[in-house]
Design a protein around this ligand. Structure first.
Ligand code: NIG
Ligand code: FE
Length: 423
């Protein structure tokens, strides 16, 4: 398929453009603005037009174009955006899972030298090449489930050399994978246990040695910190993120996972997003709703740890936004299936189809500060996730077991299971 020609894609039984929806507050399914018998015109990786298939075809007249003809019933959505993952890691933490199910808590395991630190040990032993391979292979798996943009955090290096190795592996994986990988520096994931550093020493090391190098090598434009007992305290975190912000980084925060404090930091520093929020109370919900910070629910971590879900319904009802991400990581969320997890959150929190789908498309794009994707409209990237079904409701109803028949990234077909797909 040539890059220079127009491509007409369709007809779709239903197309959910996810456009013209508010960024904040509840969404009803009537607001989805589904287009029936829809077509999408693509040129050079971007959407040129969205509308009635026959009208677009007619408007093409004798202009040369290729066609991706959809015969049968197909529903189309923007490619999914997973705005919070840790898919660059080596090794397994299956033993943590077993220990948790035998009564130990996540924080107890971490306190005893396991948890994140265990993955740090395993990731430090892996070469950059191996980490690139592992990240690429996980991204490929996510692409087959319709995810076309993935945020990927560092945070299993915990010293300048190994954090740079991780970020460089993410950059290399991004070069070869069709999926866009958006890197975030999470060097402030926990305090390294191999050197006798205070949290203040370590945060200063990141600010003085690591972040200038990350910036000069353009390895990430985002900085994250885990605010929690056993990780970093709110007061030291605000000073850290404010300095990172002054250096030009966007901020995102691991907030309110087991105890509150992080979301307030996110609001005070003007972070793009506050992620986790399982422990948020009405006070934090209100604070976030009044701000421009996008709350991000991570149902995979609730399922992985067996704890409550982020109060997503209350966030939306209070007037806040809501993105949903997989948090795919070897500790709290090893499974990584975004559609499954988003569908389960929808069921548990009584979210409309529109709220869940917005959470993994355009509201997730906002959590990453990306304005070129997450909706299907003229000028946006031609990233699409297409199912061989007649009704949009089928997508979440199957809770992840329905796989896309076609996935397009920048107008190019990356997954095509049209012959195999059926309901
Ligand atoms: O988002 N909570 C902190 N960080 C990750 C887990 C990382 C790990 O356990 O390896 C999370 O859940
Ligand atoms: Fe996380």
């Amino acid at each position: 398929m040539s890059d220079t020609k127009h491509i007409l894609l369709g007809p779709f039984t239903q197309l959910a453009p996810m456009s013209k929806l508010p960024l904040k507050g509840p969404l009803s399914d009537d607001q989805l603005g589904l287009i029936e018998s829809a077509g999408v015109l693509i040129s050079k990786g971007y959407i040129e037009a969205v509308g009635d298939y026959k009208d677009i075809k007619k408007s093409m007249g004798s202009t040369p174009h290729e066609e991706i003809l959809l015969t049968g019933n197909f529903v189309g959505l923007p490619g999914f955006i997973d705005c919070h993952t840790h898919i660059c890691f080596a090794g397994s933490r299956a033993k943590d899972y077993a220990a948790r199910n035998s009564g130990k808590t996540y924080l107890e395991i971490a306190g005893a030298g396991g948890g994140i630190w265990d993955t740090v040990r395993q990731t430090r032993q892996a070469s950059e090449q191996e980490l690139t391979r592992l990240t690429t292979s996980r991204a490929t798996e996510h692409l087959s489930r319709g995810t076309t943009t993935i945020e990927v955090k560092s945070g299993y290096g915990l010293d300048p050399e190994n954090e740079l190795k991780m970020l460089s592996a993410i950059a290399k994986a991004n070069e070869t994978s069709p999926v866009d990988l958006i890197a975030t520096c999470l060097a402030a994931h926990t305090i390294p246990k191999d050197r006798s550093l205070t949290s203040e020493d370590y945060l200063n090391e990141i600010l003085n040695e690591l972040l200038p190098e990350v910036k000069s090598r353009s390895l990430a434009s985002r900085v994250d910190i885990f605010i929690e007992e056993g990780a970093f305290k709110p007061a030291e975190s605000i000073a850290y993120v404010q300095k990172a912000k002054e250096m030009g980084f966007e901020i995102t925060i691991h907030a309110d996972q087991f105890s509150v404090g992080g979301s307030r930091v996110a609001v005070e520093c003007g972070a793009r997003s506050a992620d986790h929020l399982e422990a948020s109370t009405d006070q934090e919900i209100e604070l976030l709703a009044q701000s421009d910070v996008i709350p991000v629910a991570l149902p995979g971590a609730s399922l992985g740890l067996g704890c409550g879900f982020t109060p997503a319904r209350s966030m939306l009802d209070a007037g806040g936004s809501l993105a949903i991400a997989s948090d795919h990581n070897p500790g709290s969320a090893p499974m990584g299936d975004l559609v499954f997890q988003a569908a389960v959150l929808g069921t548990m929190q009584q979210l409309s189809q529109a709220e869940v789908l917005a959470g993994i498309t355009y509201r997730a794009a906002a959590a990453l500060g990306l304005t070129d994707r997450g909706v299907l409209e003229k000028g946006k990237l031609a990233d699409l996730c297409i199912y061989n079904v007649a009704d949009l409701n089928e997508v979440l109803y199957h809770q992840g077991s329905l796989k896309p028949a076609l996935v397009l990234k920048k107008g190019k077909i990356e997954i095509d299971l049209r012959m195999e797909a059926h309901v």
